[in-house]
Design a protein around this ligand. Structure first.
Ligand code: ZN
Length: 88
């Protein structure tokens, strides 16, 4: 096993320090995703809870991809009422 150079270790530690803790699981992210899309499409102020979703997207390419697909689907449908009350 190759020993890590000082420069490599410094870079690694720097990267860890800059990483914002991702408090969401993919399941939780998925549940909040439509609410997040809703806020985005309607130009609403995003609630504090949705900040976690944004953080998750930045660290989970899979969910970020799902979100883009969701936005496209909502825009294509052109019916924002559907997403303002997803549980109705
Ligand atoms: Zn995810």
């Amino acid at each position: 096993m190759k020993a890590m150079t000082y420069e490599e270790a410094r870079k690694l530690l720097g990267a860890v320090a800059q990483t914002v803790p991702d408090s969401l699981t993919c399941d939780n992210c998925f549940r909040l995703m439509s609410e997040y899309a809703d806020a985005e499409l309607l130009g609403r102020e995003r609630p504090e809870t949705l900040t976690a979703v944004r953080i998750h997207f930045s660290q989970c390419p899979c969910c970020a991809y799902e979100y883009v697909a969701l936005l496209e689907a909502i825009r294509a449908a052109g019916d924002f009422d559907v997403i303002t009350s997803p549980l109705a």
